[in-house]
Write a protein that binds this ligand. Structure first.
Ligand code: AP5
Ligand code: ZN
Length: 211
């Protein structure tokens, strides 16, 4: 299966991805995680993306399309993949469709995570992440066993630089103006999910949408 997860910042894409990945044996490809790794490693691509990411704007279509073109060709992605945070513009969506068509493939489903804007501030400002694995926690909704420490590795958790109320406004602006049209682009494949419910309930809806 080839699935797109789409929704505003903090809607739960990264939280739900590991479950979908293990249940369906799919590759998890998150452009945000790839870009944060490039920023941390100070690669030329990371240096180019850093400013846009820290201001809450989108990085260029060419950068992210290049990342996905390469990642989707890994042998472990042959069975299918979950795209988390990509495509985020209609240009990216069209390039993805073309890229897959050349390989005789296409997108099967688009899961639209719907959460009202006013709930996202608390989700994003309370988030803690384990950078090496991409695992995220929430100080109120999904706390780690020990505050500030990853459950599985015991390594420290950090705050993302863009997880503050001001930058969130810019990220939401980009979502509404540039990413909502992607939902229309895939209208026939979209499954709407009420993602403002507890994590297990959202997971159950995803499981039936993926069946
Ligand atoms: P990216 O990393 O994709 O960030 P985002 O879209 O803003 O999404 P988030 O990671 O903030 O949200 P999420 O849905 O994964 O939430 P999570 O599950 O962690 O992108 C970052 C930047 O990179 C962009 O701004 C842009 O600059 C650049 N970029 C990336 N892709 C790009 C592209 N394709 N084109 C151009 N630029 C691109 O959950 C959030 C919190 O809520 C967590 O603390 C979690 O524990 C909690 N939570 C989750 N589910 C629930 C629930 N059901 N109830 C209560 N709390 C919950
Ligand atoms: Zn995420």
């Amino acid at each position: 299966k080839r699935v797109i997860l789409i929704g505003p910042p903090g809607c739960g894409k990264g939280t739900q991805s590991p479950r979908i990945k293990y249940e369906h044996c799919l590759c998890h490809l998150a452009t945000g995680d790839m870009l944060r790794a490039a920023v941390a490693a100070k690669t030329p691509l990371g240096l180019e993306a850093k400013k846009a990411m820290e201001s809450g704007a989108l990085v260029s279509d060419d950068i992210v399309v290049g990342l996905i073109e390469e990642a989707t060709q890994q042998p472990e992605c042959a069975k299918g993949f979950i795209l988390d945070g990509f495509p985020r513009t209609v240009v990216q969506a069209k390039k993805l469709d073309e890229m897959l068509a050349k390989r005789g493939q296409s997108i099967d489903k688009v899961l639209n995570f719907m959460v009202p804007d006013q709930l996202l501030v608390e989700r994003v400002t309370g988030r803690w992440v384990h950078p090496a694995s991409g695992r995220s926690y929430h100080e109120k909704f999904a706390p780690p066993k020990v505050a500030g420490v990853d459950d599985l590795t015991g390594e420290p958790l950090i705050k993302r630089k863009d997880d503050n109320a001001d930058t969130l406004k810019a990220r939401l602006g980009a979502f509404h103006s540039q990413t909502t049209p992607v939902i229309e682009h895939y209208a026939a494949k979209v499954v709407a999910l009420k993602a403002d419910r507890p994590q297990d309930e959202v997971a159950a809806s995803i499981a039936s949408a993926m069946a």
